[in-house]
Design a binder for this molecule. Sequence first.
Ligand code: ASP
Length: 321
Amino acid sequence: MTQAALDNAPYPHRHLLGIEGLSPQEITYLLDRAETYVGRNRQTDNKKSVLRGRTLINLFFEASTRTRTSFELAGKRLGGDVINMSVATSAVKKGETVIDTAMTLNAMHADVLVVRHSESGAVKLLSEKVNCAVINAGDGSHEHPTQALLDALTIRRRTGGISGLLVAICGDIAHSRVARSNIHLLTTMGARVRLVAPKTLLPAEAERLGVEVFHDMNAGLAGCDIVMMLRLQTERMHGAFFPSLREYFHFFGLDYSKLANAKPDALIMHPGPMNRGVEIDSEVADDIGRSAIREQVEMGVAVRMACLEALAQPAGEGDGG
Ligand code: ASP
């Protein structure tokens, strides 16, 4: 996209590296575009040609099920060519650096790189070295912007809007890129956010993020509209953060008794993958009346289509059938 086209675009950025810094209008634009894809994805003939002739490369240095698959589906439904680089079988295993890998892919004229990496900041670094658009599919404990957007779309569809809602984000906040992106998005869109976690699983900067902090689930969930649970990210933990999984579940796992403190119709969310019986009770997770966990996955495809369309497409050329 040329600079002039970018300046006039409703999403005027070359990349999607995080939610921090996006305006309410830009977030709303992406959610509105995603909304148009939700209905279309439920039809059999759901293919568009917005990305015809464009190449999307999924470059995942960390494991993923939902995110990688939904970017692949999103790219294909928009008519693009999608390549999945499996780092396990690539030159990265032979010691190639992230930048060298990116430069190699750049030389093949990819249009969009979707990147996941275990180091916070690695995706931004990579975006500075390539010519194509880059989407952050999760970098360390920093940001996971498309997760926050799909969470927002799920919430908006269920409640009608985000502004004024009381949202509790619970569990392993310290290691969670999902929490960070959601805090930025929800506060930007006018929701009130509570973080509920043991002291050891809260980031040092928690108080500066414009949120309220609780160390007790019953108090933290009181009166909430949305209860967002997080996975315990043991792969990012070096040391002991809580005495045992059993004790963690006892104090911080979501079960019906703790949930009773939230509003009677409070929505239950989890980005997946879930540790059943650790951060969430299985029955609560599968409660079709209360849990939006499966819907979150469905919204993921629509949101990723909207993001790909916004990045790979000059303004005004978005309606290719
Ligand atoms: N799938 C999300 C992520 O990649 C959440 C998680 O892994 O717990 O960050």
